[in-house]
Design a protein around this ligand. Structure first.
Ligand code: DAH
Length: 357
């Protein structure tokens, strides 16, 4: 028994891993192991011999079992140590400077605009990009024969012959959302609606898809003076300057009366666009007092409510603010361009933190 004990305790001490240990366990204390074979011999012994050998065999079995358990625990500890050494991680390393993705300048500017108007009490309304010609034109006081329909280079949706549903168009401006907002929310009302619009046009400052933000404020005593103040506040906040030179030009839109177009002073030098200086003017928005027919089309009584509306070209603003000379590059999906002009996606614009940081 002493030989057995010495042999197995020696083997256990030297076992290199858990599978070696398991082999030793089977050979020593398994069902057909050496200790079990010895137990079987107890039957052939005299009762006196058995009284000595029985407890001694049990004690041997216990001793081997606890040596196995201790060795198993030691092997597991060693394995964990080895793993911890190889899976070392320096949590003080700086994060990767390489940006995986970025916000497109249009998204950034859209969020900046939303933040500014939210501060002025405007909420965000939405409408479909595919709309009926009633919302896009008629409800905005642009009847079928009106030249504005042709001027807008409208994309019409294909209609099967015999389909007599109202014609659908890709909206040519965000103005139809004025009507939808009035229908849904009634008056008084203060909303903006940023989003994509479509026209068949293509050059350095025009693309077939571009972005506008519509504004609409209706109440019982809103005047042109409120419009001018809101637009000036907006432009100053947006360009983060105390003064921006704006030019209000008398204009005409079917959906406003009176109407004004607003230009911003700028310069184009060597393909670089700068605001606030130079001899050029860039038109950034159309505006005016909402036409009574438009208010009525929205289901609101124009004898009681009046207000102003405006439509701003978002892409134009982005070009001016971030010095981007060619509008077409916005929509080329060139990753190099996006890496250069894109914004960190976690820097959500807010007025208090500086809009564009
Ligand atoms: N919808 C006009 C356009 O796309 C822009 C516009 C002008 C919107 C005057 C307005 C407005 O709300 O009052 O050219």
């Amino acid at each position: 028994m002493d030989d057995l004990k010495a042999k197995y305790l020696g083997q256990i001490a030297e076992a290199a891993d858990e599978s070696a240990l398991e082999a030793i366990r089977l050979a020593a204390v398994g069902k057909k192991g050496e200790v079990a074979l010895k137990m079987r011999e107890l039957g052939k012994m005299t009762p006196e011999e058995r009284q000595v050998a029985g407890p001694a065999l049990n004690a041997l079995k216990d001793e081997i079992n606890s040596a196995l358990a201790a060795k198993k625990a030691a092997l597991e500890d060693a394995a964990l140590d080895a793993r911890l050494r190889t899976e070392w991680l320096d949590v003080t390393l700086p994060s990767r400077p390489q940006r995986q993705g970025s916000l497109h300048p249009i998204s950034q500017v859209q969020e900046e605009i939303t933040a500014i108007f939210a501060e002025l009490g405007f909420s965000v309304a939405e409408g479909p990009r595919i709309d009926t010609d009633w919302y896009n034109f008629d409800a905005l006081n642009i009847p079928g024969h009106h030249p504005a329909r042709a001027e807008m280079d409208t994309f019409y949706m294909h209609r099967a012959e015999g389909d007599d549903r109202p014609p659908h168009v890709l909206r040519t401006h965000t103005s139809p959302v004025q009507i939808r907002a009035m229908e849904k929310m009634g008056a008084p009302l203060r909303i903006i609606c940023p989003g994509g619009v479509y026209r068949a046009d293509y050059d350095q400052t025009h693309t077939p898809m571009f972005h506008q933000v519509e504004g609409l404020a209706l109440d019982k005593d809103i005047s042109m003076a409120n419009l001018k103040w809101v637009l000036e506040e907006f432009v100053k906040s947006f360009f983060e300057v105390d003064d921006v030179e704006l030019r209000f030009r008398a204009s005409h839109f079917p959906f406003t009366e009176p109407s004004a177009e607003v230009d911003i002073r700028c310069s184009w030098q060597d393909g670089t666009l700068k605001i606030g200086e130079g001899d050029d003017w860039m038109e950034i928005l159309g505006s005016g007092m909402v036409h009574p027919k438009v208010i009525a089309a929205g289901g609101i009584d124009p004898e009681v409510y009046q207000g102003f509306a405006f439509g701003i070209g978002i892409d134009r603003l982005a070009m001016l603010k971030y010095g981007i000379p060619d509008l077409r590059a916005f929509f080329d999906s060139d990753l190099r361009w996006l890496r250069h002009y894109g914004f960190r996606s976690l820097d959500v614009p807010a007025l208090h933190g500086g809009l564009s940081r």
